[in-house]
Structure formats: C-alpha cells, structure tokens
Design a protein around this ligand. Structure first.
Ligand code: SF4
Length: 235
C-alpha cells in the first residue's frame, strides 16, 4: 500500500475541448483563455493531489472476469483480455482533495457559473494528468528494472466494466489514507477523484499484449474515453 504525490499539470487542448472547442481552438476567446489560466493558478494553490495504490496477485482470469486476492472478482471482458498476460493488478485512487470541490461550489453559489464551469473543466484535466503521470512513471520503472509492462488503465463505469464495479474496487482500496469515500450511488467524494486498475505483466512475458489497446477493436464511435496508441486520450 503506497501513497504517491505528483505535481499537477493540465492539458489546455483538453480543457478547451470540454469548453466547446471540439476541433478549432481559435473559437475560444481571449477572455476564456485568461479565465482558464486563472483557474489553473488557483487550483495549483488549493489542490492537494495524491494517489493511493495497492498491488494484488491475479489469481484467475476468465473470459469476462478476473479474480484477485481475497476472492474479489472484477467483471469486464475487455479488462480480462487486456490483463491476460499479467500476474499482478494495481488498484489506485487519486484525488485533488476537498478544497477543490469547495472552491467550485462557492464560485457557483456566487452566481459565477461560467467561472465554476471552467474551474471544473481544469480540475478534471488536472486529475487526468496526475493519473496519467502516475501510470506512466510506474510503467517506465517496471520496464527498466524488471522487464515487465503496465497495461492501459480501466475505471468502473467505462468500457464494459459497470460503475457498480466501484464497490469491489473500494474493498481493495478501503484503507486509503487519502480519505476518498464511495457513496451508495457509486459517487466518489471528494468529487475530483479517479479510481481504476491496470495490469502488470509477468517478467519477460510475450510482447503480444504489450501494446494491446482495446479501443483499436472497439466499434463504439461516440466514446469520449477512446484511447490512442500513446495510451492517452489524445491522438
Ligand atoms: S472506445 Fe475504448 S474506452 Fe471506449 S468503450 Fe471502446 S474500448 Fe472502451
């Protein structure tokens, strides 16, 4: 069980896309750009990004589910295929902390709806960046030191892993000292939190699945979470 603290960053292009500039960044006005930068500076001051993760042995992989220690089963065909050369599963939860939720709610209460919306978009990109850095650092270190690789990440509620999968994931993460809680309706608190898993391959295992990307074979055209060859959500 470990705690990882990563310096936040964010991707302007992703934030602008969330604010409505699907392909043409020039549609974002100078005022909005300034507000995005201001939100970033504000969030840098108030967020306390941290990630907690655990590592479990994978004890069984079937067609549509995997079993990890303590008889916990995670149900997803895509996840099972992605980790089929793995003997270890990393479960993680990361958060920006409560102050970010409070700041967004306070801004909203003051009637500054568009500022709150921008803060929310920047905070989501912050969170995504932190998790991506964590996953990349883990993967790179494993490859260098142990000739193992990290698969792409999965979160409950995406692909074919139902959001109710959070319950089982939080059994594994129940001792998280960063105090991320799960409600009955599967919402995490603080709200700007992300949970998920990725597999770690056996040392020297074949390369067949090393770069396996479930999105490559997926026909779902409207998926906002589609990942590209880099393992990120950016092409
Ligand atoms: S495109 Fe990728 S992320 Fe989206 S549902 Fe398909 S496999 Fe999952």
């Amino acid at each position: 069980m470990k705690l990882s603290i990563i310096k936040p960053g964010f991707d302007r292009k992703v934030v602008y896309a969330r604010l409505g500039a699907e392909t043409d960044m020039r549609t974002i006005s100078g005022k909005v750009r300034k507000n995005v930068d201001r939100a970033y500076e504000n969030l840098m001051e108030i967020s306390s990004p941290s990630i907690f993760y655990t590592s479990e042995d994978i004890t069984c992989i079937e067609n549509n589910r995997i079993e990890i220690a303590n008889n916990i089963h995670l149900k997803s065909r895509k996840l099972a295929k992605t980790v089929r050369e793995c003997n270890e599963l990393i479960s993680f939860v990361g958060t920006l902390g409560e102050d970010v939720d409070k700041a967004i709610a306070t801004t909203m209460k003051k009637g500054r709806v568009s500022d709150a919306f921008i803060m929310d978009a920047v905070a989501s990109s912050f969170m995504e960046h932190i998790i991506q850095m964590f996953w990349q650092e883990k993967g790179t270190a494993l490859q260098k030191k142990e000739n193992r690789y990290a698969t792409v990440r999965f979160s409950p509620g995406y692909c074919d892993w139902p959001v109710t999968g959070q319950k089982k994931l939080f059994k594994v993460l129940s001792e998280n000292p960063i105090k991320v809680m799960l409600s009955e309706s599967m919402l995490m608190s603080p709200r700007k939190s992300v949970s998920g898993v990725f597999g770690i391959s056996e040392p020297g295992s074949g390369n067949e699945l090393k770069n396996y990307l479930p999105c490559r074979d997926c026909t779902r055209a409207d998926c906002a979470e589609r990942r590209f060859e880099s393992g990120t959500r950016e092409n």
